[in-house]
Design a protein around this ligand. Structure first.
Ligand code: CP3
Length: 321
């Protein structure tokens, strides 16, 4: 449940008017916010309270997060020279607060802790656009017009992401998720040439870790096979493709995470129930289904609907253990 806190009043109280990046740097608060959803409902895993731009901020890229908007960078990357603003991440020195929070959570939780990172394309989009973007036009223009600069940017991002993921596992995270929500802006051919090689390198460089990795995208129905080939033990899908159809395309040997439309949770319970059962029926009791939403929890989602959803999924999958 990404950006999960947004729907919880106790989260909004704790955050107050602060930029969430400040809160993330206070390990006690990051621990508390990570635990908040679990106090409300018996979830099967916890996701670390952090954000995909945290490792970039940790090496000196001045992102801030605007509520309702997301990460914003006032001096976006616009030329080859900007790539020198990136350097390899040294987690112990650059983001000790992340590791402290993970260690504390690993000691306290009775469910797995999911560590995470943004994928290179999605992080490149925030760096190049300077904020959220509908069409990712400048990012794609850079990729199409100046492949050497694009390659340098993507390579430098992998050098930030890999240490960030490895350090979370070193500190006690028991699964990882790599988020690439904006990569669905690409057609298969540019994904294959401009993104896949970096995803493959990323997954290769964490392949020795003793944890499973979820590879998540949005709007990636036409990229699923390429994402699978890039790496990950599970592919995270959004609600735009029926889950059984995605599994047909991916084949039985990979796990799938998904894929209830988050907007369904804004409808009355009978609709939520019907749609959740549809997802479960499409999964058909196959091993390797991680029930989740197709994207993050929307801010106006009633907590009670989420609680009932968790109970419904548990009741209907009990035989799976
Ligand atoms: O659910 C959790 O709290 C886990 C921690 C988490 C956050 N962001 C905290 C957060 C995780 C896993 C993320 C991932 C993330 N952040 C992604 C990838 C996953 C996805 O959902 O696509 C992306 C693209 C971001 C960038 C980002 N940060 C966005 C798009 C937003 C939402 C802006 C908004 O309010 O609409 C943020 C802010 C953010 N990150 C919030 C939280 C709890 C909300 C901040 C607030 O308003 O208090």
């Amino acid at each position: 449940m990404r950006q999960a806190g947004r729907y919880l009043p106790e989260y909004r109280d704790l955050r107050g008017d602060r930029d969430i990046l400040e809160t993330i740097r206070i390990p006690d608060e990051a621990v508390e916010i990570t635990l908040q959803p679990l106090r409300r409902m018996p979830l099967d895993a916890a996701i670390l309270f952090s954000d995909i731009v945290v490792p970039l901020v940790a090496i000196g890229i001045a992102f801030r997060i605007e509520a309702g908007l997301g990460p914003v960078l006032d001096e976006p990357f616009r030329s080859r020279a900007d790539i020198a603003r990136l350097r390899a991440l040294e987690p112990e020195a650059d983001e000790p607060y992340t590791l402290e929070a993970v260690r504390a959570l690993a000691g306290e939780l009775h469910v797995p802790l999911v560590g995470f990172a943004g994928a290179p394309f999605t992080l490149a989009s925030y760096l190049v656009e300077g904020g959220p973007s509908r069409d990712h036009a400048r990012t794609k223009a850079l990729m199409f017009a100046d492949p050497p600069t694009w390659d340098a940017l993507m390579g430098a991002l992998v050098d930030v992401i890999v240490p960030h993921l490895r350090a979370q596992v070193g500190a006690g995270a028991s699964a990882l998720q790599v988020f690439d929500p904006w990569v669905g802006a690409l057609a298969p051919a540019p994904y294959r040439s401009g993104v896949l090689p970096y995803m493959r390198r990323l997954f290769d460089e964490i392949a020795d870790l003793p944890v499973q990795v979820i590879h998540f995208g949005v709007g990636t129905s036409e990229l699923l096979e390429l994402m699978r080939d890039a790496g990950g033990d599970a592919i995270g899908i959004d609600h735009r493709i029926p889950l059984d159809r995605a599994w047909e395309r991916l084949g039985p040997s990979i796990a799938i995470q998904g894929n209830l439309d988050p907007a369904v949770l804004l409808a009355p319970w009978d609709v939520v129930e019907r749609e959740a059962i549809d997802v479960l029926e499409r999964a058909g009791g196959r091993p390797g289904h991680v029930f989740n939403l197709g994207h993050g929890v929307l801010p106006d989602t009633p907590v009670e609907s989420l609680q009932r959803l968790v109970d419904l999924v548990h009741a209907r999958t009990e035989h799976d253990g």
